[in-house]
Design a protein around this ligand. Sequence first.
Ligand code: HEM
Length: 139
Amino acid sequence: MEVLRRVSVAPVAVPHRAIVDVSIMGYFIPKDTSMLINLRSLHMDKDYWGDPEAFRPERFIDAAGQLKKDPENFLPFGTGRRRCMAESLARATLFMFISSLLLNFKFTPCPEAELPDCIEGRDGVTLTPLPYRGFVTPR
Ligand code: HEM
């Protein structure tokens, strides 16, 4: 969950169209307006998260060590009827992929090459990391 928040794989949800005139928080949106919802801004909201730049998986774990339910500012798969239809597949795959990599390999940065700024990314439909060099060693 912290990977999904911090990275915002899909920084912007797919375009949606207002099917009726609507007012949201004082903003009037006429029928047929195309809207892009900025999910990354929710995930990096300083007022909500306090230290959004920090990678802290424990934000999602309660005092009893259990996973909290999704906080309101956490929408990596969008929301509503058109939210990502592969959410459970993506969540399970990410968990298995990352946990098996960390279980089987040690990742260390390359001493001669600086790591890119983690805040930056290469934007497209999805946000991908900038190139970096490191060592991947079997455990
Ligand atoms: C980490 C992985 C993924 C993330 C973060 C992600 C995120 C999203 C987001 C934000 C949307 C837009 C929701 C909205 O507009 O409210 C979306 C839509 C969608 N995603 Fe994903 N997605 C992921 C993986 C996948 C995969 C693996 C598939 C297919 C196997 C998939 C299929 C779709 C489809 C078909 C839609 C359009 C749903 C609709 O418009 O009704 N996604 N996804």
